[in-house]
Design a protein around this ligand. Sequence first.
Ligand code: SF4
Ligand code: SF4
Length: 59
Amino acid sequence: MAYKIDANKCVGCKTCMGVCPANAISVDNNGKCFIDKNKCMGCGTCATICPMSAINPDL
Ligand code: SF4
Ligand code: SF4
């Protein structure tokens, strides 16, 4: 299972990028982070540390 970032909640702090063990998180042209579903291992670490609770399982 992969995780996804809600762009409406993301403030672009990039905290999630630093903790992802799969380097699955990048920044888009609007300064918001997004997750590459093909790289995400579903560990949930990013969701735990996001200050905006913008990251959740992609159900
Ligand atoms: S930690 Fe949360 S608010 Fe910060 S860049 Fe990642 S998704 Fe956005
Ligand atoms: S769930 Fe884990 S592997 Fe997937 S983007 Fe978040 S930190 Fe990276």
